[in-house]
Design a protein around this ligand. Structure first.
Ligand SMILES: *Cc1c(COP(=O)(O)O)cnc(C)c1O
Ligand code: SF4
Length: 343
């Protein structure tokens, strides 16, 4: 019934009606039964630093009454985030763990890896994931504007090895279709660009984002289109997601998923096995399994490398090769994502 209702509602109105009040979320999940309990769970400080933001449709997939629900824990400003800040800093948790502030060459453009550049075309996301390294990133100063296009195009021409553009953010699908089409048209005019890739969580949290106009845009470009969605747990995926992925796969968009390995959410091989199978049901292949970026406020999600290795070895035994994501770490200064030593 609920799914049916959301199918009627377009993605823009869902984006305009996100939950941003922690008390409302707790009430919807029957978690605010006692004042004390919600006080303990919530950190206002964490919420001020990185506001709660979650689509209602995503909340319907959470289990009511369960403060350990794997979807709830990904979005709720939890008191653990601000705990032991001195210890977090000593353990290497920082505001800019990837050194992205330095890597920025032109507004909104990151060129860290030879053949591809990453464009942050918006700072906005439909959901705020508590483990995200962007929780401290000063987006607004750094978005590419139309007047920056000439310089970006020149930069690409000056670097002939660049053959792929990654549209990122924020979430690149939180912008209008018109704006997205504008960027895609610009990039496809450069003959050296073969592939345009979208890194997005929107099809998971508001699958209706894959609408008719978007399908038209993605099916008419000369570039190969890759979409890398972001899902960490099988509970995030439903029939609406399947429909969205089917539409994309019918126009030959190549579909991948990336996940983050998160303590208390997906740090066991059973959950990750289910996720891989569930993604494959929707025609999506697992791409990356990231270990956590050491971002301040996310230390309670950390698992050790040894634990990650154990889980990964079990995954290798359990799944067909194509259903096993690559276990990687992103380190500032490296020329690629770094595979973890798994044995
Ligand atoms: C992750 C990332 C990419 C993409 O890396 P792939 O290994 O090709 O998926 C590109 N640029 C930056 C800055 C990145 O962080
Ligand atoms: S960039 Fe991705 S991981 Fe970070 S908050 Fe936005 S949707 Fe979540």
């Amino acid at each position: 019934m609920i799914n049916y209702l959301y199918q009627e509602k377009n993605w823009q109105s869902q984006l305009n009606d996100l939950i941003s009040d922690p008390d409302e979320l707790l009430a919807l999940l029957n978690l605010s039964a006692s004042e004390l309990k919600s006080q303990q769970l919530l950190s206002q400080h964490a919420h001020q630093q990185f506001k709660l933001r979650v689509p209602r449709q995503f909340v319907t997939k959470m289990q009511t009454g369960n403060a350990y629900d794997p979807l709830f824990l990904q979005v709720f400003p939890h008191h653990l985030e601000m705990q032991d800040m001195d210890k977090q800093i000593k353990a290497g948790f920082s505001a800019d763990p990837l050194g992205e502030l330095e890597a920025n060459t032109l507004p909104g453009m990151l060129h860290k890896y030879q053949s591809r550049i990453l464009m942050t075309i918006t700072g906005a996301c439909a959901i705020h994931c508590r483990y995200c390294f962007r929780r401290h990133f000063p987006y607004q100063e750094n978005l590419p504007k139309s007047k920056d296009w000439q310089a970006i195009a020149q930069y690409i021409l000056d670097h002939p090895k660049i053959n792929e553009i990654i549209l990122s953010g924020g979430d690149p699908l939180s912008v209008s279709n018109e704006k997205l089409a504008l960027w895609i048209n610009r990039f496809e005019e450069l003959p050296q660009i073969k592939t345009i890739r979208l890194h997005t969580r929107l099809p998971v949290v508001i699958p209706q984002r894959i609408d008719e106009d978007l399908i038209k845009i993605l099916s008419t470009t000369r570039c190969k289109i890759i979409m890398v969605v972001h899902s960490n747990h099988g509970n995030e995926l439903d029939a609406n997601f399947d429909v969205a992925m089917r539409k994309l796969s019918e126009i030959n968009v190549i579909l991948f998923n990336q996940s983050v390995l998160l303590k208390g959410i997906n740090d066991n091989f059973q959950t990750l096995t289910q996720l891989s199978y569930r993604l494959f049901d929707a025609r999506v292949l697992p791409y990356y399994l990231h270990v956590l970026d050491k971002v301040q406020g996310a230390s309670h999600f950390l698992i050790t490398d040894a634990e990650a290795q154990t889980i990964y070895q079990a995954l290798l035994k359990e799944l067909s090769g194509y259903l096993v994501p690559k276990l990687v770490r992103e380190s500032s200064g490296e020329l690629h994502k770094t595979p973890l030593n798994i044995f």
